[in-house]
Design a protein around this ligand. Sequence first.
Ligand code: SAH
Length: 394
Amino acid sequence: MSITKLYLAPGKENSLKRFHPWVFSGAIRKIDGEVAEGDVVEVYSHKREFLGLGHFAPGSIAVRVFSFDQVEPNYSFWKSMVQQAYDYRKRLGLLDSADTDVYRLLYAEGDGVPGLIVDVYKDVAVVQTHSVGMYLVREQIAEALQEVYGGALKAVYDKSAESLPQKAPVDAVNGYLYGESSAGTEVLENGNRFFVDWESGQKTGFFIDQRENRTLLGQYVKDKKVLNTFCYTGGFSVYALNAGAAEVHSVDSSKKAIELTDKNASLSQAPEKHEAFAIDTFEFLKGKEDRYDVIILDPPAFAKSQNVRHNALMGYKRLNTEAMKKIKPGGILFTFSCSQVVDKYLFNNTVMAAAIEAGRNIKIMHHLSQPADHPISIFHPEGEYLKGLVLFVE
Ligand code: SAH
């Protein structure tokens, strides 16, 4: 099979030489032949130096590079990528941990596989492809997963139907690539029990990226009244209940999320201290002055693209202002943004603007990010999407 070659305009090779994996459409001078979405292409400089091998897509990011070496993109290549990611998680202590069996195995650019995410829930791997190129190799990925795990995986589930680009020329249907395990499973995260349903849940079923931040919350909740807004499966709520909170209230506008949170709270050590409310966070906060010692704000990505970033910032500011006005004096606020287009400096400034508006004096206790199983390539800072601040509100 011959691979289509693509040549960049002069000067456009520098970022690839620094291992940044994206080729923007404007950087391309010439394509040797026909390319379709999902095709593997070779990228060359205008001087015909090989730069990388990647998947082609129409749109602003035209190529996502998965190898800076001239390799054969065959099964053994994909297996080596899975193996590398597996070895890294082993080094993190995630593969043979007695109290955690949920982790991210492959995180897109952070693991050299742009467009591919794999999360593991005990003995089930959930694959989510975000590009047609990765979608087309999903079966090879599933096979590589089985081989690398040596029989320890019961099933591999493909959940690409909702993650692929909207106009992708493939008819993706979610389903098992290997084995079957349809009723969800109970997992352990730092000894906290959760029920995860990858088939019907949001994303791959659970927000694994908050693991370390939930652990940190545990340090500040003993005998405190805690409010967890945008709770989804109740991750922060369960940690708070198990860490001895006096009372935990969970809020999510989705009824289904509230059912999941209730179910997970019932697996905790103190379900009687928990109450969940299916209501909009802004509505819930009305009239709740001086009610809570600790508040968690973990909203969905308010901005999915640059063009709506301003509105998103206004949303973060309004939300943080409300929580700062309501929290008890001496309270602790955990506030997050998972919008990729809002970087940590912008987020800090937005939270500062909220503090000014709320008129409260505030100390930054911790700067938070995503855990090491969501690695950020130093050459691809865009991979750092989760930002958080822990604030002491005087
Ligand atoms: N904190 C969660 C993840 C949050 S995902 C965790 O640790 O797992 C974002 C959640 O916000 C979704 O469950 C969504 O239903 C909820 N949501 C979105 N808009 C909301 C609003 N205005 N009020 C309350 N919940 C909202």
